[in-house]
Design a binder for this molecule. Structure first.
Ligand SMILES: C[S@@+](CC[C@H](N)C(=O)[O-])C[C@H]1O[C@@H](n2cnc3c(N)ncnc32)[C@H](O)[C@@H]1O
Length: 376
């Protein structure tokens, strides 16, 4: 157990937590450095991609964006991938990490998706099967060990002004919150976003689960947060707040006047400027099921695929053009596709070769996408 004389000290303990963990640095002792094999580099023009889609304006690319940069898609267990990246000089270089890891549901490694017109279900490969057994055989304790080792590596990869978003739900979310307090610091917990992914329906019993949680931590006290990039229209959540804009200026814009903190000076607040979303998001529907039809253009029928709108809000809020965004559980590549469309550089990995193939194709279908390197 961790030695600690602080009477206020709190820690989550699980079976074999300190096996193979170096208490001094809280790093897993085994920190392999694998040479990431370059499988292919793709830098030809994407002729088949949709040219009508929105493209990040060329003149807005940051001037210091390295000309020879290649986005990286890596096939492999992210523990090995991340420890190798650290050994190869990536510590402190990643501005934003979003992860949507397995939720401990018991079916996390079976992938359902669509190839052509055919709906397919892909059973875990031998590598995934082994990971599955390692991760779940010891129940929640083994899951926590798996997440702990990886979150420690993510902390080391994050830049000083960086942020990490961890997407989970009721299965293990509360355990991981306590674990992240230990790894990132309770004081660096910024918020828990409640993603209310579905409305409607008629509950038959209990209170049906209709939300996921996304924990937001920063590496330090001064994270990058672009509040002006993520504003939403006023009337979205509450008619009451929009009806308080009672005044109209000479251009027909609705506004209200608000006293500043000195309680004397007044400033005008325009309704069309929008507002920063609260921490419960009801305006982004889930990808699967019936809502899929309306989101068809991006839906790849990948079972756990998240909507691009969700990642767009996160990436706009916590990174700038040219920054490096990473998703080490990339699945169908939603984070990477949105990062690409928003002019960010990116690194993605997945244990499943199939997920890597889906992601590769998705990225190549983005018009004018930057060079991409596939590694394993
Ligand atoms: C919930 S899915 C991510 C879905 C993704 N957010 C999307 O929008 O498509 C989780 C992914 O994590 C991958 N995964 C699980 N354990 C892993 C590991 N140890 N290393 C790398 N990837 C892993 C799985 O193969 C799966 O594709």
């Amino acid at each position: 157990m961790a030695e600690n004389n602080n009477k206020k000290y709190v820690e989550l303990i699980w079976h074999q937590k300190y096996d193979k963990i170096d208490l001094g640095s809280k790093m897993p002792i085994e920190k392999p450095n694998l040479v990431l094999q370059k499988v292919e580099t793709i830098n030809e023009p994407r002729i088949k991609a949709d040219k009508t889609a929105w493209v990040f304006p060329e003149d807005e690319w940051p001037k210091d964006y390295p000309k020879d940069w290649k986005n990286m898609l890596i096939w492999g267990d992210n523990k090995l991938v991340m420890s190798s990246l650290i050994k190869q000089g990536w510590a402190g270089k990643i501005n934003l990490i979003y992860i949507d890891p397995p939720f401990f549901t018991g079916s996390d490694f079976t992938i359902r998706t669509k190839l052509g017109d055919e709906q397919i279900e892909k059973e875990p490969s031998i590598i995934e099967e082994r990971a599955y057994n390692d991760t779940w055989s010891g129940g929640i304790a083994s899951y926590l060990k798996y997440m702990y080792e990886r979150l420690v590596l993510m902390r080391d990869l994050l830049a000083e002004n960086g942020s990490i978003y961890v997407h989970l739900d009721w299965h293990v979310g509360h355990y991981v919150k306590v674990m992240m307090d230990e790894i990132f610091g309770y004081e660096n917990f910024r918020n828990e976003i409640v993603w209310c992914y579905a409305q409607g329906g008629r509950p038959k019993d209990y209170f049906p689960n209709k939300h996921d949680v996304i924990f937001l931590y920063s590496k330090s006290a001064n994270p990058n947060f672009n509040k002006d990039m993520i504003k939403i229209p006023y009337d979205l959540y509450s008619e009451k707040s929009s009806s308080s804009f009672t005044k109209v200026d000479e251009n027909g814009r609705r506004y209200k006047e608000i006293y500043g903190s000195d309680k004397k000076s007044k400033y005008k607040y325009y309704m069309d400027e929008g507002k920063i979303p609260f921490d419960w998001w009801t305006d982004i529907p889930k990808m699967t099921g019936r809502t899929a039809a309306s989101l068809e253009s991006e839906y790849l029928f990948f079972d756990t695929q998240k909507p691009e709108a969700l990642l767009k809000r996160i990436i706009l809020a916590s990174s700038n053009p040219g920054d490096i965004v990473a998703d080490f559980f990339c699945g169908s590549g939603t984070t990477l596709a949105v990062a690409e469309k928003l002019g960010r550089r990116w690194i993605g990995s997945d244990l499943s070769k199939f997920a890597i193939q889906v992601t590769r194709k998705r990225l190549l279908d983005i018009y004018n996408s930057k060079d991409l390197q596939v590694n394993e």
